[in-house]
Ligand binder design. Sequence first.
Ligand code: GN1
Ligand code: MG
Length: 364
Amino acid sequence: MIGEKELANIVSMFSIGSAATGIKPLGPGFINDTFIVNTENGTRYILQRKNHNVFPDIPGMMQNILLVTEHLKKKVAGEGGDPMREVMTVVKRNDGGLYFKDESGNYWTMTVFIEGSVTYEKADTPELAYKGGKGIGKFQTQLADFTTPLNETIKGFHNIRWRFSQWDESLRRDAAGRAGSLTEEIGWIESRRKEMLDFWTLVENGTIPTRVTHNDTKISNILFDKNTGDVLCVIDLDTCMSSTSLNDFGDAIRSYANTGKEDDPDLSKVSMSMDMFRAYTRGYLSQRKDSLSETEKEYLAFSARYITYEQVLRFLMDYIDGDTYYKIAYPEHNLVRTRAQYRLLQSMESQYGDMVDTVREYLK
Ligand code: GN1
Ligand code: MG
């Protein structure tokens, strides 16, 4: 555990023009360590220790974030919005750098905390899901003319072909000696390998276009306005890079429409809510229906299955590897996550016909 004095020293490296009066841990992130910083003049900040095991090129990642946020700020200003509240603001180091590297080799970054916002773990009402869909649709539209190439912050992040090569290697290694007891779970992955690869082939051969995407659009990465309930700001831009925009739709459904928790130990609580799917889709397509290609439209509903499947694979792979990637709260956590996400996937599969019909309806 890092002490407050050490944290205060790190904060003083950044150009905030005021002294820190308190620094406290924040949020349930699985990858980075996040803190909220209070200062004398009242402005609050977010301090993060970025996980450099997960992100091998943090300078490259921060460069991406700066470019994307500068672009978004221009868009928001042009639309008459408030760039300080509707877009993340990177706080630079006193000498202009985008991060601070401490003596132990940890990378620290700072952004301005956005006041008057709320976050959720799932959508409680269709209205919230609708607003979330609209918000991500708008975010994608704002980035549509962003053409500067971005660094690939995590290799093959949503590329299932790459994930399968990691998976095969992980099974071969069986680092924690757990694979032998996971025959059923491994079967869930193997039985769907071909259909997932067939989808990814369409991205590889350009049938499905690549765009600048967020890649981690779960509901907790979105700030909603406390007063209006609208999406205020899309945060956690660590994985912004070039991919298919379908991932951003699919990953949102995975969280917004789950009736249970991502790691629910009670599988009877987990399912995909068709009401939330409908509402999110309606919001999203209200912004994007004229910009998506025919193949993107065709695969929109499938993308929820794709991303949920990928998440089952990633949680199970981490369990097989001996829990080296995701933070866990108890020893079987990754296995519980695997089973809960698999239940969600099954629920999507059984309602797939309705999902496809819903997309068609809102495309009219
Ligand atoms: C991680 O860091 P966080 O909690 O926003 C992960 C996502 C997973 C998600 C599962 C860089 O997101 O890909 O979908 O956990 N981020 C990374 O909840 O791997
Ligand atoms: Mg993240």
